[in-house]
Design a protein around this ligand. Structure first.
Ligand code: BES
Ligand code: ZN
Length: 848
């Protein structure tokens, strides 16, 4: 663990920042002056300390306000303490508790690393252009100005920005005033609400917008580059409706006069909830009918809903410290489904929640090296490691479980109380439980504590004998573990739609009237896996084939069965036999599980002969859906059918179904550019080209990648370019990463996709080792960086790799990488064990 860092909020409480910043995009520098008004607290001392990183401090002044007069405190020394990101103002005099103005002048450099103040690059009518913008979460405000950069240190901000003339200048609040001189414009903004430093933002550049208004008069604008702003209409419409939805749902009106949503060409994460100025990666905001797939359009709605939810949950009420980050992210990752479900009921968002959030959380949390939802954080450098599947997906899954347990209305009322009580302030997880308890009268904290404080989740096994059920629970782990654990969870059984009983002990028996259709976790809202004795599993399989189970239940049954095989609790063939009951399956959420598990078998078993044996099986498996869906959208086709088509055709193409391959290649041959291929089908078409193509095809796809200005199209092409079989082409793909053809924000895709290609994975691993220093230097501050060990590990299942992995990463276990490296090791362990156990049986299964 990293060194413990003192909270600066313990000695000084800022109330207002008067911040004047001058940005020079030409020189890539900025300079400024800040007056921090606030209270010194605690014991008298001879210094005041603020956060500052990579800033040059030119001057500092401390003024004490007294009832009678103001007094300047002489500063004897300004000391920048690098390893703590601190600037310390020392004085010979004692500084007593009281009200102070602290004034600092400073300057800094604008660097490319997508945090603090950074540039985005794009070209417009042949000219290179820049947007300068900010990314302050989690602790990068200190790279822009001296401040108390902790979420608890809420203050108001009066920002004035000096920028070159003729630029659009945005910040959290509306413009108050502008003053233009010969070269420059000074834009001052309205005072912000009381908020944390990580939510402050500004942007300047040649950007354009579309505008709309909510029912209550909030002005909503969607900004992007001049070529792209016209593609923000969908996001704009979503934003207006979602703001109106949250106004009603939370019972508190959105507190600002405006809400801007800005798409940036260079962006590290997916989007960022800065209060009133939300920033996005382009693919998360732009919908261009010619280039955007349905899947990505849905993603845009989800991201907008997620960031808008933070305007209340996160911005208005904020976690006290990063330990409770999950509260922000888990909640937003849950309510984005509620909001999008409200806008587009036909999209069936809740079934999708089970397939994506819950299943990915269960997968990671099945490792011993997972972590609890509530995780101690000392130094903020550790924080980026917890912007992960546990905080987001497990966080949202346990909230989903709770909301279902309490009932939707009670849950909403609890949220209203919580937000109302804590607005403009900070909270811990228990504050949310307290509000929900007050409203529901239920022991919420007792129920939730195990789920947020214990790592992992239980496997509940059911044995059924003459209508008597015996339940047992124990932690589910993928890798055989030395440390058998004995903890239990309060498990909502949900065996019928009205069953609210909790199974809290390690074993329990009960009687049923009839047991034939007994199934745990109906609807799938419980965060656990289930298993049944063999004869009962046969009965459930029959219910699947008779189409008597809901999609979430079909999904859960199959996923749990495959995961049990991976964990060595059942043979893989029993999951594959269960799969036979899914002959008529037509739901994309279930197919997501089928495709993922066929993928796991391919990846982990890693055997060319097995691959070949799987192809006829897969062709047969997808045949009826492929026939039903075809290549063209039916008129008024359901959202789910449209989402399913690329999955089915993708599997058919992988399995070398002759007509699918032929059709895909024909579409490719007749297309002059990507835009001639339907966006939903582009992945299938280019994937087929990559699997069957040669160097000429590679060059053509690369040229299309480089010419495209659409980030989703580029990504689809990246998936293809990294998917060729020829070693020389895999090399060529990897060689793109460090060139101008690939934006830094996209580098991780190239690496991860190459590792996912069984013909390229060894080369990709070598590339990763050889270029580690470059990755660290360029992406070291980025979220994606800590995932690299994991990306590598999941692609392999042999001992030689495991020892190479060990050798390479053993000396790299920094606080940022340690957990990921350990997760990778554990993943390798279970994958190697699974392969050893099941390869020959799986081969036999597919041969027959
Ligand atoms: N607050 C995060 C963005 C963020 C992440 C900032 C990590 C700094 C470090 C934002 O609300 C978020 O969660 N964005 C997601 C998209 C969302 C739809 C899951 C992202 O960036 O992927
Ligand atoms: Zn978020």
């Amino acid at each position: 663990m990293a060194k413990k860092v003192r909270r600066l909020f313990e000695q000084f409480r800022p109330e207002n920042y008067k911040l004047d910043l001058a940005v020079n995009p030409e020189e890539m520098t900025f300079s400024g002056r800040v007056v921090i008004a606030g209270k010194k607290i605690g014991r008298p001392s001879q210094r005041l300390t603020f956060h500052a990183k990579n800033l040059k401090i030119a001057s500092a002044k401390i003024i004490k306000h007294d009832k009678k007069s103001d007094e300047e405190i002489a500063i004897s020394r300004i000391n920048c303490h690098k390893s703590y990101d601190e600037v310390r103002l020392h004085s010979e005099q004692k500084i007593f508790p009281g009200n102070y103005d602290v004034e600092l002048e400073f300057s800094g450099k604008i660097t490319r690393n997508m945090e603090g103040i950074y540039p985005s690059h794009f070209s417009h009518v042949g000219k290179d252009k820049k947007i300068i913008s900010t990314q302050f979460e989690s602790h990068h405000a200190r790279e822009a100005f001296p401040c108390i950069d902790e979420p608890e240190a809420k203050a108001t901000f009066d920002l004035a920005l000096t920028a070159p003339k003729n630029q659009t200048v945005l910040a959290n609040t509306p413009v108050k005033q502008t003053a233009t001189s010969k070269q420059q414009t000074v834009t001052s903004f309205e005072t912000t609400p009381r908020m944390s430093t990580y939510l402050l933002a500004f942007a300047l550049g040649e950007i354009k917008y579309l505008e709309s208004k909510t029912k209550t008069g909030v002005i909503v604008r969607t900004y992007a580059t001049p070529d792209n702003y016209k593609h923000t209409k969908f996001a704009l419409d979503c934003a207006v409706k979602i703001l109106e939805f949250y106004n009603e749902y939370f019972g508190i009106p959105y507190p600002l006069a405006k809400c801007d949503l800005l798409a940036l060409p260079d962006f590290a994460a997916g989007a960022m909830e800065n209060w009133g100025l939300i920033t996005f990666r382009e693919q998360a905001l732009l919908v261009d009918p010619k280039n955007t797939s349905l899947d990505m359009k849905q993603y845009v709605a989800m991201v907008v809903a997620h960031e808008l939810a933070h305007q209340w949950f996160g911005n208005l009420v904020t976690m006290r410290w990063w330990t409770d980050l999950w509260l922000n992210e888990g909640f937003a990752s849950w309510i984005e489904y509620l909001a999008v479900d409200h806008l587009f009921p036909e999209w069936q968002m809740w079934p999708q929640f089970i397939a994506s959030e819950q299943q990915s959380a269960l997968a990671l949390d099945a490792l011993e090296n997972s972590h609890p939802v509530e995780v101690p954080i000392n130094h903020p450098d550790e924080i980026r490691t917890i912007f992960d599947t546990i905080s987001y997906a497990k966080g949202s899954s346990v909230i989903h479980m709770l909301a279902n347990f309490l009932g939707q209305e009670t849950f909403r009322d609890g949220l209203r109380l919580y937000l109302n009580k804590h607005q403009y302030a900070n909270t811990d997880t228990v504050d949310l439980w307290a509000a929900l308890e007050e409203v529901s009268g239920q022991p919420v904290k007792d129920f939730m504590h195990a789920w947020t404080s214990q790592t992992g989740f239980p496997l509940v096994s059911a044995n059924i004998n003459n209508n008597e059920v015996t339940l047992a629970q124990r932690r589910f782990l993928l890798a055989a573990s030395a440390s058998e654990t004995s903890e239990t969870w309060p498990v909502p059984l949900l065996t019928t739609s009205s069953d609210r009983s909790l199974f809290k002990t390690s074993e329990q028996k009960f009687k049923l009237k009839a047991s034939d259709d007994f199934k745990l976790n109906l609807g799938g809202s419980g965060f656990y896996r289930a298993s049944y004795d063999a004869s009962h599993l046969t009965k459930l399989a029959k219910l699947v084939s008779q189409n008597k189970l809901a999609p979430e239940d079909r999904l859960g049954l199959l996923a749990d069965s495959f995961e049990s095989a991976k964990a060595g609790l059942a043979p893989a063939t029993s999951a594959l036999e269960l799969l036979a009951s899914y002959e008529k399956e037509d739901s994309p959420i279930v197919w997501e599980i089928i495709a993922a598990n066929l993928g796991s078998i391919r990846r982990v078993m890693d055997d060319e002969k097995l691959n070949d044996a799987m192809k006829p099986y897969v062709r047969k498996l997808v045949a009826s859906q492929a026939k039903r869906l075809g290549w063209t959208k039916a008129k008024n086709e359901s959202h789910f059918d449209s989402l399913l088509r690329p999955t089915i055709l993708g599997l058919a193409s992988w399995a070398e179904d002759a007509s699918t391959v032929k059709k895909a290649l024909a579409l490719y041959a007749s297309a002059a550019s990507p835009e001639d291929i339907e966006p939903d089908l582009r992945g299938v078409v280019y994937g087929t080209v990559a699997r069957t193509g040669d160097a000429k095809d590679f060059d053509k796809l690369l040229a299309e990648h480089n010419a495209s200005t659409n980030s989703e199209t580029q990504l689809t092409l990246t998936a293809a370019l990294t998917n060729f079989k020829q070693a020389s082409l895999s090399q060529k793909a990897l060689a793109q990463i460090r060139t101008d053809n690939v934006r830094l924000q996209d580098a991780a895709y190239w690496v991860a996709y190459s590792l996912g290609n069984r013909y390229a994975k060894s080369l990709a691993w070598d590339w990763m080792k050889d270029n580690w220093d470059w990755l660290e230097k360029n992406l070291g501050g980025d979220l994606s960086f800590s995932r690299f060990p994991n990306y590598a590990a999941r692609s392999f299942s042999d001992k030689e790799f495991a020892s190479d992995y060990q050798k390479f990463f053993a000396p790299k276990k920094s606080p940022m990488l340690e957990r990921s490296i350990n997760q990778g090791e554990e993943t390798l362990n279970w994958q190697i064990a699974w392969r050893t156990r099941d390869l020959s049986a799986i081969k036999k299964f597919f041969k027959n």
